[in-house]
Every structure is written in structure tokens, then in C-alpha cells.
Ligand binder design. Structure first.
Ligand SMILES: [Zn+2]
Ligand SMILES: [Zn+2]
Length: 174
């Protein structure tokens, strides 16, 4: 397999993972069963971890299996590239979601570029709702325009809107 094709597979995997994360977040995590774990992420976190962190552990499994298959078990290079793509998505997700937005690690990063501001504000709007239903913006590296999300949030039924917790959310330069 050529290096170019491998890199293509790697980047395509990251894109597919964003779609997969959107579907999982919207219909599984905010579904009846998935909410059992995800609800912890829509409340104030008391300790260092929350039940929702188990999703990260679950989603790491296919990446570990594919990397093992590709590097050790002779499945072919495709498995290594796809496994690495899933791991890279996990790293991007953790950096954006847990570090930048939710500040689980101290930092001084202030989103300034229009793209960066948009994805951070979109995820803040996702957290404007504590209930399982009625929230907006389920993706992480892509988000629709913030104005559209605000309009959608205002018109949704079943949303228990609350004021965002400033302490847990990233500051945004206006
Ligand atoms: Zn959510
Ligand atoms: Zn979040």
C-alpha cells in the first residue's frame, strides 16, 4: 500500500469518526439507554471522573484491536492506518472537548479563529440543556453556524434550558 493511500485512509477515518460520533452522541448517548452514562456529562462533575468517560474507553477498543491486527497479526497496512485514524480522532476529541471546552486540564488557550470559536460556542450551546431531549449540536470538529443553533435551541420542546456554568466552559475572545 502506498504512503499516499495510507494517509488518505487515515484522514478519511478521522472524517468518518466525526460522523460516527455525531450519530452516537445524538441517537445513542441522548437515547434512553445511552443516557444512563451520558447524563453524568450534563451535570456538574463531582470528582475527577464521570460515568460518561466510559464511552472513551469503549471507543478506544476498536482502535487498539485494529492497531494490533495491523502491526502484529498481519491484517495488512489498512488496519494500522484505520486504527491510527480512530486513535487520532480520540486525541482530537479529548483535546477539544475535555481540555479546551471543559478545562479538565489547566490551560490558557483562548479560541480566536472563527472556526475555533464556532465549535467551542456550539458545544457550549449543547450544554445549555441538562435534559436528554431538546439540545443542539452533537458534533465536535464540525458545527453548524451558531446563530442557527441558537434558533433551533429556542424553538425546541422538552429542553430544560439553564445558564451555562462559566467555570467549566472556555473563555471566548469576542
Ligand atoms: Zn450530550
Ligand atoms: Zn461536553
Amino acid at each position: 500500500m502506498s504512503l499516499i493511500f495510507g494517509l488518505f485512509l487515515f484522514l478519511a477515518t478521522i472524517a468518518v469518526m466525526e460522523g460516527f460520533a455525531y450519530v452516537m452522541h445524538r441517537w445513542v448517548m441522548h437515547g434512553r439507554i445511552g443516557w444512563l452514562l451520558h447524563e453524568s456529562h450534563h451535570r456538574e462533575r463531582l470528582g475527577r471522573f464521570e460515568l460518561n468517560d466510559l464511552y472513551g474507553v469503549i471507543f478506544a477498543v476498536p482502535s487498539i484491536v485494529l492497531l494490533y491486527g495491523g502491526l502484529q497479526a498481519g491484517w495488512g497496512e489498512w488496519a494500522t492506518w484505520v486504527g491510527a485514524g480512530i486513535a487520532a480522532y480520540g486525541a482530537i476529541y479529548f483535546g477539544f472537548h475535555d481540555v479546551i471546552v471543559h478545562r479538565r486540564v489547566e490551560h490558557r488557550i483562548v479560541p480566536r479563529s472563527p472556526y475555533f470559536k464556532r465549535i467551542v460556542q456550539a458545544h457550549r450551546l449543547h450544554h445549555a440543556v441538562e435534559s436528554r431531549e431538546g439540545t443542539v449540536s452533537f458534533g465536535f470538529i464540525y458545527a453548524p453556524p451558531v446563530e442557527r443553533l441558537k434558533a433551533e435551541l429556542g424553538s425546541s420542546d422538552g429542553a430544560r434550558i439553564r445558564r451555562p456554568r462559566p467555570s467549566s466552559l472556555a473563555k471566548i475572545a469576542d
